[in-house]
Design a protein around this ligand. Structure first.
Ligand SMILES: *Cc1c(COP(=O)(O)O)cnc(C)c1O
Length: 381
């Protein structure tokens, strides 16, 4: 089979086809992206390392001693290095292009954030270290929490959820805990979700045990308020609305939507994945939102979707704040500490979202982004 080389000239297959399936003019492969599996590069019986002769003869293994070669690829050290460097060059990077991920409103991931996240005081710490040794990291979490609450106009935030979907789970669990506390959980079994919602919204509601009821949308792509009103009642636990919505439109009737929701005794969960479009202009707290996740990896930078982890802090209204999951950071004259257990002020917390404190690297990137682009030149101290 003939193939095309990088200058577009057809070339004949080489004798060594297993090695150079896509030859260049010179036979060098530095500019080619096509890469064999490392096991397909076998055949020379080379090795990149010299291991010392084993001191034992393996006789204690009896019949279990392997007699055949184990099929490791035969590559020299530079060949091995080049194989992995070529693979690494298949990665998409901010130096190559924008990151075109669907609904994600943040395409720019400044290098500065990466540099900050790699500072050893943030990157080389362990979640079980004594808090006296990680005061700076706790201060960073506290400052980030302060700005998330300030930007959303909400009194509380749970930092630990690890993605938007995890944040939705956190928000709905807080809502369920609030209905349980007021004795209404058994009666409020439905969650209303518009047709255009991101798939994670109905999935989360179902996962928490609710029945999902769809709300239709208007011809211009917004929530059909009349349909919503007709479905609200004392059997509804919450509505989940994305704003700006998935069609990229700001829900103009949002105040009416929250008024109707609260009048029915339900909570307003806002999917904040698109917060980047309104941050600094509109505060969800002023719109009557009770819980909203913020995809730090969408609104406050950080490569994601194969490029890095997510983080989905959830801001909560005064009604839901008591049920926020542990842990959270507090500070007093003795410095910063984590509230982790019922006996330390977390009596009503519905539980935890993850083993430790969440994604430290994401917190660092998000705060770096806020401090370099926003108005937060002073801390909350
Ligand atoms: C991205 C997104 C989510 C889910 O967030 P993840 O961080 O991917 O879990 C939820 N809703 C909307 C509208 C989104 O765009």
């Amino acid at each position: 089979m003939s193939t095309m080389n990088t200058v577009g000239r057809p070339t004949a297959p080489t004798a060594n086809d297993h090695d150079y399936k896509y030859p260049t003019l010179t036979g060098g492969r530095g500019l080619l992206q096509a890469e064999h599996l490392i096991f397909e590069s076998n055949g020379w019986g080379k090795t990149g390392v010299d291991l010392p002769e084993p001191k034992t003869d393996g006789s204690d293994l009896g019949d279990l001693v392997r007699r055949d070669p184990i099929g490791l690829p035969g590559l020299s050290e530079p060949e091995t290095m080049r194989h992995y460097v070529r693979l690494s060059q298949k990665n998409h990077a901010i130096d190559l292009a924008i990151y075109p991920l669907g609904s994600c409103t943040m395409k720019h991931n400044p290098r500065l954030n990466e540099k900050m996240a790699r500072l050893p005081g943030f990157s080389d710490i362990h979640p079980l270290q004594p808090t006296s040794t990680v005061q700076g990291a706790l201060e960073l979490m506290d400052t980030l929490a302060h700005w998330l609450k300030t930007l959303t106009g909400m009194p509380a935030v749970a930092l630990s959820p690890k993605a938007g979907a995890h944040g939705e789970l956190c928000g709905l669990m807080a809502i369920r805990a609030a209905h349980e506390a007021s004795g209404q959980h058994e009666q409020r079994r439905k969650v209303l979700v518009p047709t255009s919602a991101h798939g994670t919204n109905p999935a989360t509601a179902a996962f928490v045990g609710y029945t999902v009821v769809e709300v239709s949308q208007t011809e211009d792509g917004r929530v059909d308020v009349a349909d919503l009103a007709s479905k609200l009642g004392d059997d509804v636990a919450a509505i989940m609305v994305t704003n700006p919505n998935t069609c990229g439109l700001f829900e103009r009737d949002i105040l009416e939507i929250s008024r109707l929701t609260h009048a029915a005794g339900a909570y307003f969960y806002c999917d904040g994945a698109n917060f980047n479009a309104i941050v600094g202009r509109v505060r969800p707290g002023d719109l009557g939102v009770d819980a909203m996740h913020i995809n730090l990896h969408k609104t406050f930078s950080t490569p994601h979707g194969g490029g890095g982890p997510g983080s989905g802090p959830v801001v909560l209204s005064a009604a839901l704040a008591p049920f926020a999951p542990a842990p959270w950071v507090v500070h007093d004259a003795d410095g910063y500490r984590l509230i982790e257990r019922e006996e330390d002020e977390a009596a009503q917390a519905f539980g935890r979202m993850c083993a430790f404190q969440g994604q430290m690297g994401m917190y660092t990137r998000a705060l770096s982004y806020m401090m370099s682009h926003g108005s937060c030149s002073t801390t909350n101290g």
